[in-house]
Ligand binder design. Structure first.
Ligand code: HEC
Length: 146
């Protein structure tokens, strides 16, 4: 059971603070990066729903969702490159003090998601992969997001 519950728990933690924070955001740079994160979350939810059995497992759909997560993770450094803020932003200023590490964490998610996009064939692989994706989200959020 733990093998099933653990990834789902990690991903739920990822979603915990998502309370539609971008409502009222005026800065277009901030809005763009928030929208990209929102899309990342939508694809992660597709995987989460399959892992929980809320949606039937389909390897092609799972791979496409993983590919989308990889695509967005690859864009993350460029989306955050310019230091911009907004009263509703949850981004911590330390991102721009440690941009190399921030970039590495984006690319780490991209690599995990890319590997899954090329390999998911079973539900078991999906669940294990989702755990790795959730861990990569968390590794960044716990340092760089409020
Ligand atoms: C390299 C760092 C990094 C990675 C990896 C990352 N995030 Fe984020 N995420 C952020 C930062 C920083 C913010 C805050 C952006 C802001 O408010 O300006 C954020 C915000 C969000 C938000 C809130 C968006 C909104 O509408 O305000 C969601 C949802 C989110 N991330 C989901 C995810 C998921 C799911 C993953 C993994 C699949 C992920 N993130 C991976 C850094 C990251």
């Amino acid at each position: 059971m733990t093998r099933i519950i653990l990834p789902v728990t990690i991903v739920s933690l990822c979603f915990a603070t998502l309370a539609v924070a971008h409502t009222g955001v005026k800065n277009p740079t901030v809005l763009a990066r928030m929208e990209a994160m929102k899309e990342t979350q939508e694809s992660t939810k597709v995987l989460g729903a399959m892992a929980k059995g809320e949606r039937s497992f389909d390897a092609d759909t799972a791979r496409a969702a993983a590919a989308e997560i990889a695509r967005l993770a690859g864009q993350t450094p460029a989306l955050f490159e310019v230091q911009e803020t907004d009263p509703n932003s949850e981004a911590l200023p330390v991102i721009w003090d440690r941009f190399d590490d921030f970039t590495e964490k984006s690319l780490a998610l991209e690599a995990v998601a890319d590997a899954l996009a090329a390999s998911i064939e079973t539900e078991e692989q999906l669940r294990a992969g989702l755990g790795r994706i959730g861990a990569a989200c968390k590794a960044c959020h716990e340092v760089y997001r409020k």
